[in-house]
Design a binder for this molecule. Structure first.
Ligand code: NAD
Ligand code: UFG
Length: 354
């Protein structure tokens, strides 16, 4: 059984991935400083899997702690989720974002290199990137070959910089495969589209601190009456109904993509290498369509108003997922209706138990 370090494993996507890895026969080891999560998520994971994952409360910028975990747990691969992710906050506090998102990546990479140096088997390093790196693209759907555009906010820039760091590290290794850094690193950046939903058990889900910025967490809180009506940010986009179009993916499908990427990396023999995959459904859904689907599957009305466009939003963003299907053998299986139903059950559970 291979031990996989999951940084940020107490978070939204990380916790679902811990479950998926466990179900696939890996042994997840979590490091999380709980800056945007709660230790109770470990109970939720244990409820689903029957096993409490190994958990280290600490910061990924603490290289000594990382070295201790790598040795103690004999880590065979990494999935690096730990980062701050609020776009608006990143504009207000860019240093906070560059410090955490870049320095955490560097420390985890250094510890991975040190630990795997000289090993004969591949060391997978999977990184959480984002469709935000495409910016306002000229064509849809987005393929991995679609040129990246300069980031419009510091959060997005940390994802672009992180991809460049992974590229440079891997290519340096390919050139000089006799140094300490001659490690069998197989780096994979997964560019997530819009993750939504919760585990169908409602034992884990998304738990944003404060007022949610993203559509679905806000929508479910507005539907339950915990928030003011949802504001639709603009109905004058060049889309069929005028509202923004995104590629919403169930978080359980997204978690499965990490398992597929991990299995793929372990099966390779030509590391070091760096691969990039879009992780979405390939389908675009407008804000109005999403509200209508939510109302249909839950029978609950979503109070909403139309407001101005949100600065920085693109009109349309959805993935071409051919590469992930062809190479990883992965594709999304759940519908938006499934995801919205699960998000609603999770919201109700929070509401009644908090
Ligand atoms: P999340 O905030 O729920 O999870 C991140 C976890 O990392 C949290 O539990 C937090 O406590 C932890 N963390 C942050 N900095 C840390 C540090 N220095 N050391 C240890 N732990 C730390 O976020 P999420 O939605 O699960 O996102 C996971 C990753 O996916 C992030 O890198 C995010 O940028 C990326 N991503 C998310 C989305 C999305 O819409 N949720 C989209 C694209 C990419
Ligand atoms: N929206 C509203 N009202 C809200 C919130 C969102 O109408 O209260 C709309 C947005 O305008 C957009 C859609 O709903 O059209 C989705 O918005 P989200 O904030 O849920 O998601 P984004 O696509 O803006 O951003 C997400 C992640 C970012 C990531 C980006 C990259 O949150 O971290 O995808 O694609 F950078």
């Amino acid at each position: 059984m291979q031990n996989i370090l999951i940084t940020g494993g107490a978070g939204y996507i990380g916790s679902h991935t811990v479950v998926a890895l466990h179900e696939a026969g890996f042994r997840p080891v979590i490091i999380d400083n709980l800056s945007n999560s709660d230790a109770r998520v470990l109970d939720g994971i244990a409820h689903i899997t029957g096993t409490r994952p190994s958990f280290y409360r600490g910061d990924c910028r603490d290289i000594d702690l990382l070295r201790k975990i790598f040795t103690q747990e004999d880590i065979a691969g990494v999935i690096h989720f730990a980062a701050y992710k609020a776009v608006g906050e990143s504009v207000q506090e860019p240093l906070k974002y560059y410090d955490n998102n870049i320095n955490a990546l560097l420390r985890v990479l250094i510890a991975s290199q040190e630990h795997s140096a000289g090993q004969e088997h591949v060391f997978p390093f999977i990184f959480s990137s984002s469709a935000t790196v495409y910016g306002e693209a000229d064509t849809m759907p987005l393929t991995e070959e679609t040129p990246r555009k300069p980031a419009t906010n510091p959060y997005g820039n940390t994802k672009a910089i992180a991809e460049d760091i992974l590229h440079d590290v891997v290519h340096a290794q390919r050139r000089a495969n006799a140094s300490l850094y001659a490690t069998p690193l197989h780096a994979i950046a997964l560019r997530y589209f819009n993750p939504i939903g919760a585990h169908p058990s409602a034992a884990i889900g998304e738990n944003p601190h404060g007022r949610p910025e993203n559509l679905v967490p806000y929508l479910v809180q507005a539907a339950s009456g915990r928030r003011e009506p949802l504001t639709i940010y603009g109905n004058d986009y060049p889309t069929p109904d005028g509202t923004g179009v995104r590629d919403y993916i169930h978080v359980v499908d997204l978690a499965e993509a990490h398992v597929a990427a991990m299995q793929y990396a372990f099966a390779q023999t030509d590391a070091p290498r760096f691969d990039i995959f879009n992780i979405g459904t390939g389908r675009g859904t407008s804000v109005k369509e999403l509200i209508a689907t939510f109302e249909e599957v839950t029978g609950v009305n979503v109070p909403h108003t139309i407001g101005a466009r949100r600065p920085g939003d693109v009109a349309v963003c959805y993935a071409d997922t051919t590469k992930a299907a062809d190479i990883l053998g992965w594709r999304a299986r759940c519908s938006i209706a499934d995801a919205l139903r699960d998000a609603w059950v999770w919201e109700q559970r929070q509401h009644t138990t908090s």
